[in-house]
Design a protein around this ligand. Sequence first.
Ligand code: HMG
Length: 391
Amino acid sequence: MAERPAVGIHDLSAATAHHVLTHETLAASNGADVAKYHRGIGLRAMSVPAPDEDIVTMAAAAAAPVVARHGTDRIRTIVFATESSVDQAKAAGIHVHSLLGLPSATRVVELKQACYGGTAGLQFAIGLVHRDPSQQVLVIASDVSKYALGEPGEATQGAAAVAMLVGADPALVRVEDPSGMYTADVMDFWRPNYRTTALVDGHESISAYLQALEGSWKDYTERGGRTLDEFGAFCYHQPFPRMADKAHRHLLNYCGRDVDDALVAGAVGRTTAYNAEIGNSYTASMYLGLAALLDTADDLTGRTVGFLSYGSGSVAEFFAGTVVPGYRAHTRPDQHRAAIDRRQEIDYATYRELHEHAFPVDGGDYPAPAVTTGPYRLAGLSGHKRVYEPR
Ligand code: HMG
């Protein structure tokens, strides 16, 4: 049998929303000690979408630089992962396909399993590329995380999109076999179709996450995966950055290792920079962690990164990826820093207004106010249709 080509992440581009609410502002309004946010959960600020932004506009903003760099000739599939979908039938990726002018000879589909969806998309894309290594798959993970005002989860909201080009001979990260998998039927976090905000049992969700980490690591090692010492860094799903610390401590304990702060910081420290300023971006969060790692860590050439993707409900997957020689010429640190720095800071009253913003549902014409400075916007709703436009 012919040797299988290396397949993985060839390009990685992230975008976020127009507004930002700092945790200082949130703490000043709700009386919390800001140290609980900064140190306790590791968050400094969270992205908040403008009324003319959503998962589609962020996704198009993340994917446009990928298409500009690589063209569209080899992209035959778009997989769009989200848990804040804008339609129950039409895949959000079709709007992105249209905004970016991709060829009609493209397959587009939307995937859902809470925050795990992006990893499902990546793994499905790898399978497609193995079937035909001349093809590339655009995997997009885009989400707006929203909890009810005043709930403990409120401090862990956020919004971002990540676009990954998956192909053979990748320029950034080769994704390896095996994967370790874990599924358990738990109601730790969920969002019924009639709600715009998620329901969560916060402490139960942390236990469910750690249980899923154990289960997927166990399956990974039983299938002949690498040993703990072979990893140079760990990218965990980050509902809030301190969860990466908790997860890594848990894994070290589970493996019977001594846990020390420096070891944990060395393993996950470089993965938290973007999530700390953006908040939870659900499907995009682990890949924002990878972007931060690739953009900011010392040379990672040849180092192996462990990935733990967790989606409440719950599904988890542990897998490894190795950073490719020359990767630094293909990362996007300036773009990512600019996306975070260009956000407009809002006060608490504006945040509340945006949080409660909703278009009427009667099918009338409702233009959205022109607010975002991003490259794409939601122009409004008309006849029950969402209308998008380049800005
Ligand atoms: P909480 O009850 O507000 O906070 O909930 P807490 O009392 O647990 O405190 C949080 C941490 O801050 C603790 O640290 C405190 O000690 C510390 P820990 O003991 O855990 O190490 N703390 C302080 N530190 C310094 N100075 C202070 C101070 N006060 C307290 N003054 C919780 C926190 C995360 C549960 C809440 O925000 C929440 O419900 N968030 C939403 C759910 C969530 O993020 N779950 C994570 C796992 S599930 C997951 O990752 C999936 C998800 O992304 C969804 C999906 O899959 O789609 C959520």
